[in-house]
Design a protein around this ligand. Sequence first.
Ligand code: NAP
Length: 331
Amino acid sequence: MSKSFHRVLVTGCTGFLGRQVTNEFLSRGYLVRGTTRALEEEHEGIKQDFNAGERFELCTTNLLSDNGWEIAMDGIDAVIHTASPFSAQEPKDEQVLIRPAREGTVRVLTHAYNAGIRKFVITSSTAAISGATPTKKNQTYTHENWTDLQQNVSAYTKSKTLAEKAAWKFIEQHQDAKLTTVNPNVIFGPLHSGRSGTSLRIIESIISSSYPGFPKISFAPVDVRDVAWMHAEALENEHLVGERLMMSSTPITMPQIARILKANGWKVTTRTLPNFIVRFMALFIKEARLITSGLGTTSYYDCSNTQNKTGWVSKSHEEMVLSAAESLRDQ
Ligand code: NAP
């Protein structure tokens, strides 16, 4: 545990990532207060998932409202802001994702700052780095890249880019505050408890066998336990202040993920859907439309800055895919 910080606020502690982040801080001996939109009558059930007694508290807050944030920040030493709406579906109104992400980030920072808190770790995403159409076929991104919002990008990509930009602007305007962002690619790995969230639907869609095959789109996934660990490292290590800690592995396609599962006893199809079929399906199926821009391109991520500064070594694809599938089956 850090010498300076004992009690941390984890926003979005009920999410797929938020639960592992909460678990990581609890296991390092911190007192954790989590935030959720869930009303007080639902708190007991969430608390039981962590089994941490008085070391874990809950507060009801919403990123779209000022209510409850003053109480949430009371007595807190540092804020880990993971809450943000994450959806693979394109909403009719992009503000449904953008407002809670951008306004919510500024709201959390402002309430925390007013309460005397100066230390922040925020969950951003590679969506804020590589979210626009690559200019090269196989482009490599670093932590210094930013998504070009002049291009036609998804509402989620916009929400994460605008939220992270707003956070760095806040820090620029409040020079005594310290920020580190964690920018993961798609997150796999085991569920701590609760619902599966958006990213594990990729694994769910393969093991549920409801599709005849999978498009050749690629991800550079990271394990949720590694991402949670990185949030705690970001808080504890002063030399990580000001960093964007990008986290990705080597690219892997959906059919390759299916092959890992099949090699380990899962009864799944490993068939690849040809790109022209996926493009044809996109004419009729909304979900297929969302992935067509990723067909035929592979993005690579150079995470050497994160690795050199933290010593992080990514878990293997096998580990993150199989642990995700097993935890989905156990749920
Ligand atoms: P998730 O399971 O859907 O969790 C999202 C969390 O955000 C929930 O705890 C939810 O809390 C909270 N939240 C959403 N809207 C809110 C609002 N209006 N007010 C307050 N809280 C709100 O998503 P996740 O996959 O764990 O993602 C967590 C974070 O990681 C997000 O910032 C996401 O952008 C980032 N990220 C995720 C991935 C990934 O592949 N999963 C990759 C890169 C970055 P309640 O419902 O309890 O209120």
